[in-house]
Design a protein around this ligand. Structure first.
Ligand code: NOJ
Length: 491
């Protein structure tokens, strides 16, 4: 069958590495360093190890709908989407994929796709309408039913506690820049793990903390639409404290839980070989990729500014960094694209970090105009596994938006997504052959859904959703991925 069927992980890695070595002719005296390898060379066909988990991801606000049912409170995304001019086409997540009512159908889709892990998120205002006080039993019940359905189908639930839908009342009380939010969030984390920790073993505390702090509090293009850099930096610190405190609270409820966070990460590539640009790329990596990893794993902030990090502006007090510490059981990586980085004088333009980030357009573009450049994925994985040795990785998101729609036979021929998947999974395989410890891959997304400020103008799904009828149709990429999930063979 051409798989690593009967091998355990160590045997797999040993054989994989010797296979890798025989593929490359390395200059004498060098190890398998990423930069020495010709990125155009491939290991295809690649076989994922038996224990490797294929899954798909979604998030509450993007799929659930039922925005004000069963006692759910208003979230900052409800408020944002209900404000004229914020979301493309005036779209909202009021109904989205209606998954709150159709979750059984969605679990059936996961089964049809042969997937063994489902990453979904819990809507905080469904559990605590105002973000404080007693939990809403109907909210908890929904997630219990969803989880039980998954377990019945032998699909691992991977639950994210916070995928951006803060209760509006907590934003009114100051939002993430307000230190008190760390305590509120920890209480919420405790409530949820008490209620669901018996059936959900794997958790992500946050989804993409960089994105919701920067796009929400500094750039103003996501909820709660604030544009204040100092508040944003404070928010990043409060989120780091919240991550550490929630981690400890959850472990106290159940020490066996496996807890990480899904971090957004890009391959930060210097725009030129100049020393300034290389340094700027390191600062971009520090702020964009590991700003929420390093405080947890090492108890400090990585150097992201040309001078010292602005700890005072961030409101860092003595003892805080101890609070941020959390030996995360795994790092979740959401990977979409590479960034080219050049240095600019600090303070010029928008940048306090002296960094100019821009998108590369060398590779083909998706319909969202994001560059397809699979080797960046490999480079990023190599770097993270080198910097944080020994911590297992899960790919918590990776995917692409293409607008292919059903033809007259009801088939969705999205060949470009298949090519995307092939390319990125191949690079993931290459990283694994170089000892990067990745145990799961979740495609973003299971189905087309509400893409934040883009509304329904982007389609990331393996499953097509007709938003007028809620009919779901597995795309060609879904069928392709289902086969990979079944055999483990990347062809
Ligand atoms: C990352 C986010 O976590 C997810 O919510 C979003 O839809 C995808 N990226 C695509 O932009």
């Amino acid at each position: 069958m051409g798989r690593w069927n009967n091998l355990n992980r160590r045997e797999f890695l040993t054989s994989a590495l010797s296979a890798a070595a025989s593929f490359y002719v390395l200059p004498p005296g060098h190890g398998l360093a990423g930069e020495l390898l010709n990125p155009q060379m491939r290991f295809a066909p690649f076989s994922f190890p038996e224990e490797f988990i294929f899954g798909a991801a979604t998030a509450a606000y993007q799929i659930e709908g039922a925005w004000n049912e069963d006692g759910k409170g208003e979230s900052i995304w409800d408020r944002f989407a209900h404000t004229v001019g914020k979301v493309k086409g005036g779209s909202t997540g009021d109904v989205a994929c209606d998954s709150y009512h159709r979750y059984k159908e969605d679990v059936e889709l996961l089964e049809k796709l042969n997937l063994k892990s489902y990453r979904f998120s819990i809507s905080w205002p469904r559990i605590q309408a105002d973000g404080t006080g007693k939990p809403n039993p109907k909210g908890l019940d929904y997630y219990k039913r969803l989880t039980d359905e998954l377990l019945k189908a032998k699909i691992r639930p991977l639950c994210t506690l916070y995928h951006w839908d803060l209760p509006q009342k907590l934003e009114d009380a100051g939002g993430w820049p307000n230190r008190e939010l760390a305590g509120r969030f920890t209480e919420y984390a405790e409530i949820v793990t008490r209620a669901l920790g018996d059936r959900i073993s794997h958790w992500c505390i946050f989804n993409e903390p960089w994105v919701f702090t920067f796009l929400g509090y500094s750039w103003g293009i996501h909820a709660p639409a604030r544009t204040n850099f100092a508040e944003c930096m404070r928010a990043t610190h409060v989120v780091n404290i919240a991550q550490g405190q929630a981690f400890r609270a959850m472990k106290t409820v159940n020490p066996k839980l496996q807890i990480g966070t899904a971090f957004s990460m890009a391959h930060c590539q210097p725009a030129t070989a100049l020393q300034e640009d290389r340094k700027a790329a390191d600062r971009a990596h520090a702020l964009g990729n590991v700003w929420f990893v390093q405080p947890a794993l090492r108890g400090d902030y990585p150097a992201a500014f040309p001078g010292p990090n602005p700890l005072e502006m961030m409101g860092v007090k003595s003892g805080d960094l101890e609070q941020c510490r959390a030996p995360l059981d795994f790092l979740g990586i959401n990977y979409y694209r590479r960034q080219l980085v050049s240095a600019i004088p600090p303070g010029e333009g928008e940048s306090a970090t002296g960094v100019h980030n821009f998108d590369a357009h060398e590779g083909p573009l998706t319909d969202f105009a994001w560059e397809v450049w699979p080797t960046g994925f490999y480079e990023l994985l190599m770097r993270i596994s080198h910097e944080y040795k020994g911590v297992p990785l899960e790919i918590t998101e990776n995917g692409c938006s293409y607008l292919d729609s059903p033809d007259e036979h009801g088939r969705v021929p999205d060949e470009r997504r298949i090519q995307f998947l092939r390319g990125y999974l191949d690079e993931l395989g290459r990283a694994m052959l170089h000892s990067v410890n990745v145990r799961a891959y979740h495609h973003w997304s299971l189905m087309d859904n509400f893409e934040w400020a883009e509304g329904y103008a982007q389609r990331f799904g393996l499953v097509y959703v007709d938003f007028r009828t809620q009919k779901r149709m597995i795309k060609d990429s879904g069928k392709w991925y289902a086969k990979l999930a079944e055999t483990g063979d990347l062809e």
